[in-house]
Design a protein around this ligand. Sequence first.
Ligand SMILES: Cc1cc2nc3c(=O)[nH]c(=O)nc-3n(C[C@H](O)[C@H](O)[C@H](O)COP(=O)(O)OP(=O)(O)OC[C@H]3O[C@@H](n4cnc5c(N)ncnc54)[C@H](O)[C@@H]3O)c2cc1C
Length: 404
Amino acid sequence: MRIVIVGAGQAGAALAAKLRALGHDGPLTLIGEEPAPPYQRPPLSKAYLLGEMEEDRLWLRAPGFWAESAIDLRLSTRVTAIDPAARSLTARTLTDGGETIPYDALALTTGATPRRLPASIGGDLAGVFTVRTLADVDAMRAEFTPGRRAVIIGGGYIGLEAAAVAAKLGLSATVVEMAPRILQRVACPETSDYVRALHQSHGVTILESTALDRLVGDTRVTAARLKDGRYLPADFVIVGVGVTPGTALAEAAGLSLDNGIATDEMGRTSDPAIWAAGDCASFPCQGARIRLESVGNAIDQAEAVAANILGAATPYQARPWFWSDQFDLKLQIAGLNTGYTRIVTRPGEGTATSFWYYRDATLLAVDAMNDPRAYMVGKRLIETGKSPDPDTLATTPDLKALLK
Ligand SMILES: Cc1cc2nc3c(=O)[nH]c(=O)nc-3n(C[C@H](O)[C@H](O)[C@H](O)COP(=O)(O)OP(=O)(O)OC[C@H]3O[C@@H](n4cnc5c(N)ncnc54)[C@H](O)[C@@H]3O)c2cc1C
């Protein structure tokens, strides 16, 4: 069986490695349009941007791994079309005219691309950056010198992490968030409050309920004009306003889409020979269809798809977890908080605290701030479907006892 994977990121790399680990010894090709070998993205807005991590520590595998595993890794190569009827695809490098590659099974791990601001409001000015690829971050690193003014559009995790790096490096950082509070889309008000206070204590300016009107400048951005008429002078701007799943190839090939490339619980798309995993894929989960943007999901789903391509027929069970590093905060999240009706706060020692999301009596998720024990216990409780009494959870001295 000839297997081809499109997208050499976190999910594509995990899928290829898992196929070999499960004993697939047929031809295996991993195609990625970026020039870098498969790498981890989280440090791009954390230690790597801060200058505390070398580039080679980003690589997901040692350089020799791909050849040693007989994985035909093709970098700087973009797949431009899939022909599902012929079971083949077209791959192009910058220099060649396009090669037709046949497949028996095809996996799409095309990730997501950051939303940009339209050119009509200054989104194409020099000095305006997004944070997705190693090239994006290498292009912006020179901007991070002390005394400069960074304006960050969007108070989600990536924008806040970039703001934290800027402040740590001695820049002035202002976060502009349209919603009433930062992290509104992903977290409870208690988590937003904690993170806002942390940023403010480090001198970051957080503007909420504040909409951008446009970015200003001739060829290079010099300011952000807000809808309320204020101007924020800016030496550079980072736009962190979410991502769009990489569905273009799938759409052109006629595959079903639904907030991403729609798969069944096995990871199979509407074409039986084509699979999808990672940020680009939406899948059934607890009666709904969801798409997760996290390393944990990219790896677990890709590995499940690898097994299912080889015939395991095992439904993928998502066990969502996520983390974020900002200043001295290690935020760890387990579960999915959608539909929560109540937050239970459990104070820890020092800066540690945790916020537990319940839907009525059911524990859904936990946000643990500098509290690895709360995260670990919460994750286990959620994965095993246990919901402790909220009052007990808030006050018991022995959190681990709740697991019994
Ligand atoms: C700055 C940053 C910080 C993050 N921090 C965290 C964190 O702290 N914790 C966490 O859990 N998650 C974090 N994430 C999210 C996490 O990195 C992603 O969820 C994960 O990388 C998804 O993996 P993926 O393989 O689906 O997509 P990607 O890693 O994006 O890989 C997709 C690849 O496919 C390639 N591709 C797309 N189309 C084609 C084509 N037609 N032909 C060839 N190649 C193609 C793309 O170039 C890309 O290299 C962060 C993401 C970013 C950007």
